[in-house]
Design a protein around this ligand. Structure first.
Ligand SMILES: N[C@@H](CCC(=O)N[C@@H](CS)C(=O)NCC(=O)O)C(=O)O
Length: 230
């Protein structure tokens, strides 16, 4: 039997968190090699397993998988969370990519300059409630099913729940105008694999605090960084 996947990343959410979510939702146990310092990251770099000298990296099925989207797609396909045919995959991709745009904005938010924090938060909430959440609310309303694609759990649903919870951390009532997303959140949070991941003590990581932002900056040597607004 193949061993557990091993996730290599720093001890925080960042780009790896969606991989943790997807593996957890699929019911796959995984191990983590979490580095806390630049020196530990450099040791990994010297090992030669990082194709682009970047993490996330996941050891799985004899491969050292890098590039977040490639990792997620592989995991989704392997664990039957990537639709039944190319049409369903295209829908899943469209939902997931929109969610990625929104989650990138939220992920970078803690790096905002102090004087831009309020403006950036307003922008994120405006985009969430006028561009992105209406799409998923409408999808659920139009087909009347419990899940976004194919009437069964897919990568798109897992990503949607992750991003809903991220957005609620920014503003608790962000879902107030989206009754079907509220139901979706309750329903999908009760799926046993997901519910376990949501419990304290799981491998889910907390939001970045000032200290972990400092650690990430030291490890990856970045300063202020913002994605292109969408
Ligand atoms: N497109 C890549 C970007 C990966 C990336 O930027 N990783 C950062 C950490 S979150 C990193 O390793 N930075 C170190 C570097 O670029 O030298 C992905 O999605 O995996």
């Amino acid at each position: 039997m193949a061993g557990k996947p091993v996730l290599h990343y720093f001890n925080g959410r960042g780009r790896m968190e969606s991989v943790r979510w997807l593996l957890a939702a699929a019911g796959v146990e995984f191990e983590e090699e979490l580095f806390e310092t630049r020196e530990e990251f450099e040791k990994l770099l010297q090992g030669g397993t990082l194709m682009y000298e970047q993490v996330p990296m996941v050891e799985i099925d004899g491969m050292n998988l890098v590039q977040t989207r490639a990792i997620l797609r592989y995991v989704a396909a392997k664990y039957d969370l990537y639709g039944r045919n190319q049409e369903e995959q295209a829908w899943i991709d469209m939902y997931v990519e929109g969610l990625r745009d929104l989650s990138d904005m939220i992920m970078y938010f803690p790096l905002s300059l102090p004087e831009e924090k309020e403006m950036n938060l307003e922008y994120i909430l405006q985009r969430a409630t006028t561009r992105f959440f209406p799409v998923y609310e409408k999808a659920l309303r139009d087909h009347g099913q419990d899940f976004l694609v194919g009437n069964r759990l897919s990568w798109a649903d897992v990503q949607l729940l992750e991003v809903i919870l991220m957005a609620e951390e920014c503003h608790a009532s962000v879902l107030s105008g989206f009754p079907l997303l509220q139901d979706f959140k309750v329903r999908t949070s009760q799926i046993p694999t997901i519910n376990r991941f949501l419990q304290p003590g799981s491998q889910r990581k907390p939001p970045l605090d000032e200290q972990s932002i400092g650690t990430a900056k030291d490890i990856f040597k970045f300063e202020q960084e913002q994605p292109t607004p969408v």
